[in-house]
Design a protein around this ligand. Structure first.
Ligand code: ARG
Length: 718
């Protein structure tokens, strides 16, 4: 076949292939009208205005951005919020002590008075969104690439200030399609968010890291909170006089359940995807960056786990930080594995070949891939270093805590000392330290410091390393490299005031710049950062600028090349909707996974010797007595979780899964192993959303927690 025809055919195949995918795409609710017909075909029974309306209450008003990283939904007229257990984990862990251990035992508020107040939590409800591309572009028109990034933030601020003038609203402006469009989002941000209910983690985190990111799954991954507002229903900081928030809209809860093929849509705040990533980026991720993140996190997780296994009180203190990094530790293992298995590199290369052929002779597009390739050639030498700074140096508790003192050093060194500034800098560190030292475990942190700095020494090119590493090699020379760094870490922990809360507090009482500069933890971390800022950062910066500039043109080019295709923007923590159907799948040859799991599977997995699989006695009893209320399915089973082909990612955690009528049927909480490459490439054969069946949630609230008060508050649809 003629090469040109082959390429044309390939382009055509790519194009039609994409047109057929209904389940792929995280759509902006404001633009949903373009998808409406397809949604109806998939089973939707609502009008576009019921999904999203700027003038009247619609489903979108019940979807709440939870703490800036998860999604939650309002399920009663008194501001009751439902989200994942893993989204409430930090709050639940913070309230847990050996004496009142709600993380392990669960918590069910039987009245408003029993609800638990939290610090630093917030819930944001979208008021409106607006396309501000013209406004932004007009202001950017005359600027060069490096000025744009800085100037953009200023322009955003102006737009936000204007949009929120004379209101209590907050705003954000986000870039879409790599700066090909900009949207403004205006929020009402509530900060009095109280804990209402959580199952024990043996239910809410059943399966732990072993089952995480995998189907079949049996996790009751939910927790409940409530939004409180002032007497005028407006956001207010905590006060005992605050009252439950009265929402514009809340979701009805359906106990009809979901069957294979049923329409499902997920409304929420997906965090980040990189679907327009190039083959260059994938090569770098699979060969270097992902393995480094995993290896560096391994060190922390192993050292922490050793200590957590020693006592319940230590475990409770460290659980939250452990959960925070273990989730994405496993994510990067899975992403690497699936990028390779699904040949995503080859897939992207094909698209790039087709694109190059199309772009030939078009000055705006024809150099994009060559420019990308050049940018990556330089970046590849430095990218690992930046990963080691983020995941390694800052992964050492003592170094990240020490780095906090850099502003204090600056104000202490100023020619004209400003007592007020010193006081402010000191107070900021003190506030941080109060929380930090609660979970700072010296034994594990000393091991972490030794191992991570050794890895840094062994894996970062010698000519990129700060002089302090060579000094360690000289000063602490042991029989092996490992011994050298162990001696170094021991010395740091003996001599640095950052190594414990008392000496840190004592230093902060009378902060002294000379003492700070001589502190071994501070001096070391400062040397690492000075070196990074001086010798490495500029390479990362130029890559970022090139990456944004080429990415911007590449997406525009892809759109011009496939004018028929409906493009959706990458996730960026803004409200999106994805629709599809409940759907089983085949993970590999000869195997088939049903689309739902049941309580029977929990009993099958029960293992009293494995912390993550120990089924609580009360659940076993409910199971034995078949005490299921009206939450069982037609076979008399309690369904625990189900899968659908909706397109979600991190940040969607806690998102409502809605049926064709817009009623709540589930709570999205994870993705599946066979499609862990999903943030970069949507594979319709394998990609599934894993959700808790809302009937399992109701069963647990009612039968396990005995919190009938919460069931009565909801609107349940039979
Ligand atoms: N993988 C899930 C997500 O990112 C989080 C699951 C939390 N559970 C756990 N065992 N870490 O949405």
């Amino acid at each position: 076949m003629n090469k040109k025809i082959a390429l044309l055919l390939l382009t055509f195949q790519l194009l039609t292939f994409n047109l057929l995918i209904a389940d792929e795409g995280m759509w902006l609710p404001m633009l949903l009208k373009n998808n409406y017909e397809e949604m109806v075909k998939a089973g939707l029974k609502l009008t576009p205005e019921q999904l999203y309306d700027i003038n009247n209450a619609s489903l979108k008003d019940a979807i709440v951005w939870f703490n800036g990283g998860c999604t939650s939904e309002i399920i009663s007229e008194r501001g009751l919020l439902l989200t994942n257990h893993h989204c409430g984990y930090e709050a639940i862990a913070n309230h847990s002590t050996a004496a009142d251990n709600i993380l392990d035992n669960g918590f069910w508020a039987k009245s408003f008075q029993e609800e638990k107040v939290n610090q630093n939590m917030f819930a944001s409800i979208l008021v409106r969104m607006e396309d501000v591309s013209d406004k932004v572009n007009k202001s950017l028109a005359s600027l060069g690439a490096d000025a744009i990034e800085y100037k953009k933030q200023e322009i955003f601020k102006g737009i936000i200030a204007e949009a929120t003038k004379d209101t209590h609203y907050e705003g954000i402006v986000r870039s879409f399609f790599k700066d090909n469009a900009y949207y403004l989002f205006v929020f009402e941000k509530f900060t009095d968010i109280r804990l209402v209910a959580a199952p024990p983690q043996s239910i809410g985190k059943f399966g732990g890291e072993i089952d995480n990111w995998m189907w079949p799954r049996h996790t009751g991954d939910f927790s409940m909170f409530r939004i409180y507002a002032d007497k005028d229903n407006k956001p207010a900081k905590y006060s005992k006089d605050n009252v439950p928030y009265k929402p514009k809209k809340f979701l009805s809860v359906s106990i009809k359940g979901v069957e294979e093929g049923d329409f499902t849509m997920v409304y929420g705040f997906p965090g980040r995807t990189n679907r327009y990533e190039t083959s260059f980026g994938i090569e770098l991720a699979t060969s270097k960056i992902n393995p480094a993140i995993v290896a560096l996190r391994d060190i922390r997780l192993t050292a922490w786990k050793e200590q957590m296994d020693k006592s319940d009180s230590t475990r409770l203190l460290m659980s939250s930080q452990y959960a925070k990094i273990s989730n994405y530790w496993k994510y990067y293992i899975g992403q690497t594995e699936q990028l390779k298995r699904l040949k995503v590199f080859e897939e992207k290369k094909q698209t790039e070949v087709a694109f190059s052929a199309w772009a030939k002779g078009k000055p705006e597009y024809e150099n994009i891939l060559t420019n990308y390739s050049k940018a990556y050639t330089d970046y590849t030498n430095y990218a690992l270093h930046s990963t080691y700074i983020r995941e390694g140096i800052l992964g050492c508790g003592i170094l990240s805590a020490a780095l906090n003192y850099s502003n204090l050093e600056k104000v202490l060194a100023a020619d004209a000392k400003n007592e007020n500034e010193i006081k402010k800098a000191t107070e900021k560190i003190t506030a941080f330290n109060t929380n930090f030292y609660k979970s700072f475990n010296k034994v594990s942190e000393q091991k972490i410091l030794a191992k991570i700095i050794q890895m840094y020494y062994e894996n970062i090119p010698a000519n990129q390393q700060p002089a302090c590493i060579a000094e360690v090699m000289k000063k602490y020379k042991g029989k092996t490299t490992a011994e050298t760094f162990e001696k170094f870490a021991k010395a740091v922990f003996e001599k640095s005031f950052v190594s414990n809360s008392q000496s840190a507090a004592k230093f902060l009482e009378k902060p002294d710049g000379n003492k700070l500069r001589k502190d071994p933890a501070y001096a070391f971390v400062k040397a690492c950062f000075d070196n990074y800022n001086k010798n490495i950062d500029s390479h990362i910066e130029s890559f970022n600028i090139a990456n944004t500039a080429e990415g911007n043109k590449y997406i525009r080019g892809l759109m011009a090349m496939q004018p028929e295709k409906k493009f959706y923007p990458d996730a960026n923590s803004t409200l999106r909707l994805t629709y599809g159907n409940a759907k089983s799948y085949s993970p590999k040859d000869a195997a088939h996974y049903s689309f739902y799991t049941t309580l029977n599977g929990i009993m099958e997995k029960d293992n009293p010797n494995e912390f993550s699989f120990t089924v609580p006695a009360k659940l076993k009893e409910l199971y034995k007595n078949k005490d299921f209320g009206n939450y069982a399915d037609k076979n008399g089973d309690i369904r625990v979780a189900f899968i659908s082909n909706n397109d979600i990612t991190g940040g969607n955690s806690g998102s409502p899964v809605l049926n064709a009528n817009g009623d709540l049927v589930g709570l999205a909480f994870d993705g599946n192993w066979e499609a862990m490459s999903g943030d970069i490439y949507f594979d319709s054969k394998y990609k599934r959303t894993i959700s808790v069946d809302v009937r399992y949630v109701l069963f647990l609230i009612d039968k396990y927690g005995g919190a009938k008060n919460l069931i009565d508050e909801m609107k349940i649809v039979q």
